[in-house]
Design a protein around this ligand. Structure first.
Ligand code: SF4
Length: 703
């Protein structure tokens, strides 16, 4: 990244990678980013991880899109292993913006005219700004005419949000992760912050050094185990059993905070009755944890003065993901561990703006600020704001849209910044669906795997090239600033969305994202007392915020919950097996996720030189005993086969892995983990079971 002392400009912004939302300063010289340094933001206090420090050369990668592209006649809509994104002329020709926009919009408009609004769908992105997310969902709802709009929240925390909305009336965190510093006990379950939320992990370490007792519950060991007071490994998929057993201990040993339960909750008696027989001894065979250890951890959490629960996708990405989150909420409610400093429920959000994109309405069943589309009164407010009638039917979710393409219902799509040809489960199915679309418009930085299926590819803006707001996992709305110019003919995403909208006959005339933000404030009470100008001055404001000159609330729901009664609800759960349990043919559990150095499908980080040098190729992480069983040494290849596909990749020894399990990151197209994953959905959050698929392993290229 060169010599920062040579910089001629410094531009304050926010990291574009994970939901921690670290504030940073770009060192810019001759309109190029030379270096990046952390600054004193509320979620990072000058800290950055390796992605935030070294992940900013991707916008100038040789494969960066700088011109609109149109598919050449006769080129098959399929992934071509020989396609070179840096030289797309084999499949696409360059076009002017006018020609590309006309073709992009005409294909969508024609399908709507012929087949009706339900023939179109859109995927927005949690990598885009709040303003871009708002505009994209507004285009789908007012231009396409349906609610078929979704984004990658469906693949990360949709089940957490479903449970939180059901039980406490709000899908966001009840307290920031900084509150861990105030807690006596912190439970980390189904998350690996040192890898996925690295700067948040530094605060957990700091808390541990100050005396906070960290409890880690996970099937896999992790770096933070070194800081943990207790670390329990449970059987993959055994989380609902483990959490019900903890609830049983709290109920039967009367560790309940009855004053809190009486004042702030409903349904406790039913929960207590439900868990009465689910003792640690009864649940131990399902969760694989020693009953005495379950009792000790339950007592530790329940008797703490202040305790918090953090969770990640190990909780949410299951067919019982919503049940998992319901259990965690029940634990917090039963013990009175919400609404005070050092207490709370915190699903660690994944993408940099998954909170903000969800708040802005990039979800098929709710309008901005989680207003259900089926509620006539709430819908009427947006119909008045946007001066157009809106569809009352909830739209389809990410995986459901892929199924609807295969069924011939969805015929055209506009995909902004998402890469379902890599991120969806059961990729053969998803890729076949993309190939079946009659018209596909993709807006992105590169010709991604998904863009290879497109009729029109529109060159978009990278994060350091645009202004906009994002909302991190702590509910902190933050301002990102343009640091460098757009290359070639690439354009800001809000501008491109507006040009498509105009071709749908919508009279949009925004001149800058701040005008979009001003409109958002008319539809989102969550943004009350937060203005663009205030963000320019302060850089970050937490919502909800009580006044123009007051800080937002770091901890919420001390007095009441945003439910009809003001009380939270317990929601009992029944332990269920994974959708695809292991068996004699497929005896090993496959689990997938991210690596520290790479971000999601790798479109950005695999084009960042330092990050790609650190982790250049796909690896399967296995326990030492598993490698011995396979007669492999680390580095030798293994083949992983599921009922949906097979991949071959190098092995890596990981003492944190449990025998009978394999972990594969999903960012490598050449060994795409999602060729293997199970598309079975949680019935409430509609999230796929990425964390559990039955597989078999064999050495080398394998049978
Ligand atoms: Fe960026 Fe997340 Fe790393 Fe912070 S912790 S620098 S937000 S990737």
């Amino acid at each position: 990244h060169g010599d920062s002392r040579a910089a001629d400009r410094r531009v304050d912004s926010v990291c574009p990678y994970c939901g921690v939302g670290c504030q940073l300063t770009y060192q810019v010289k001759d309109d190029a980013i030379l270096a990046v340094e952390g600054r004193d933001g509320p979620s990072n206090r000058n800290r950055l991880c390796v992605k935030g420090r070294f992940g900013f050369d991707y916008p100038r990668h040789a494969a960066r899109l700088t011109m609109p592209l149109i598919r050449k006649p006769g080129v098959a809509k399929a992934l071509d292993p020989d396609f070179d994104p840096a030289n797309p002329s084999s499949h696409f020709r360059e076009a002017s913006w006018d020609e590309a926009l006309e073709l992009a919009a005409k294909g969508l408009v024609d399908l709507k005219t012929t087949h009706g609004p339900a023939a179109l769908a859109g995927f927005g992105s949690a990598k885009c700004t709040n303003e871009e997310a708002w505009l994209f969902q507004k285009l789908v709802r007012t231009g396409f005419g349906s609610n078929h709009v979704d984004h990658c929240t469906r693949l990360c925390h949709a089940s957490s949000v479903a449970a939180l909305m059901e039980c406490i009336g709000s899908g966001a965190v009840t307290a920031s992760f900084l509150q861990a510093l105030e807690a006596d006990v912190v439970v980390l379950i189904g998350c690996n912050p040192a890898v996925n939320h690295p700067v948040a992990a530094t605060f957990f370490k700091q808390a541990a050094k100050q005396g906070t007792r960290i409890v880690i519950l996970d099937p896999r060991g992790q770096a933070l185990d070194a800081y943990a007071h207790r670390s329990l490994r449970f059987t993959p998929g055994g989380d609902v059993a483990l959490l019900n057993a903890m609830l049983n201990v709290i109920v039967t040993e009367d560790l309940v905070d009855h004053d809190y339960v009486d004042a702030h909750t409903e349904g406790f008696a039913a929960l207590a009755e439900h868990v009465r027989e689910l003792t640690p001894e009864v649940m131990a065979p399902s969760c694989g944890v020693d009953p005495q250890a379950i009792r000790e951890v339950a007592r530790l959490y329940a008797t703490a003065e202040r305790a918090m629960i953090f969770w990640g996708m190990g909780i949410s990405q299951h067919v019982h993901g919503t049940d998992n989150a319901r259990c965690l909420i029940s634990l917090a409610l039963a013990c009175g561990h919400t609404g005070r400093p050092g207490t709370g429920l915190h699903p660690l959000r994944g993408q940099n703006n998954v909170q903000g994109a969800s708040d802005a309405g990039l979800i098929p069943m709710v309008l901005p600020d989680y207003q259900p589309v089926g509620d006539a009164q709430l819908r009427a407010a947006f119909e008045e704001l946007w001066n157009t009638p809106l569809d009352e039917t909830p739209g389809l979710t990410v995986v459901e849209i892929m199924d609807a393409i295969r069924d011939g219902v969805i015929r055209g799509m506009y995909i902004l910044g998402e890469n379902p040809a890599m991120s969806d489960p059961d990729l053969e199915h998803a890729r076949a669906a993309l190939g079946q679309l009659e018209h596909l418009v993709v807006q992105d930085l590169f010709v991604t795997e998904t863009a290879q299926f497109a009729d029109v590819v529109l060159p978009a803006s990278a994060w350091p090239e645009k202004d906009g707001t994002v909302t991190n996992t702590n509910r902190q709305v933050q301002l990102g600033r343009q640091a460098v110019p757009l290359p070639g003919q690439a354009r800001p995403d809000w501008w491109i969305i507006q040009e498509i909208a105009r071709r749908f006959g919508l009279g949009w005339d925004y001149a800058h994202p701040r005008e979009v933000f001003a409109e958002m404030k008319h539809g989102m009470v969550s943004l009350d007392h937060i203005t663009w100008e205030r963000l320019e001055r302060e850089g970050s404001v937490t919502y909800p915020c009580p006044a123009d000159d007051a800080p937002g609330w770091d901890v919420v729901f001390g007095d009441a919950f945003p439910t009809a009664s003001g009380k939270a609800r317990f929601s009992p759960t029944v332990p269920l097996p994974p959708d695809e349990p292991i068996d004699g043919d497929y005896p090993t559990v496959l689990t997938t996720g991210r690596q520290l150095e790479h971000w999601h499908t790798g479109a950005m980080t695999r084009r960042a030189r330092v990050l790609d040098d650190l982790e250049p190729e796909a690896v399967a992480s296995l326990a030492p005993g598993e490698l011995r069983r396979l007669k492999l040494v680390p580095g030798e290849p293994v083949t992983i086969v599921t009922r949906r596909g097979r991949i071959t990749l190098r092995t890596r020894v990981d003492p944190g892995m449990t025998e009978g399990m394999v972990f594969v990151p999903f960012c490598y197209a050449e060994a795409a983990a999602n060729l293997l994953t199970n598309p079975a959905l949680d019935p409430y959050g509609k999230i796929p079971e990425f964390k559990y698929a039955a597989c078999r392993l064999s050495p080398g290229d394998g049978p």
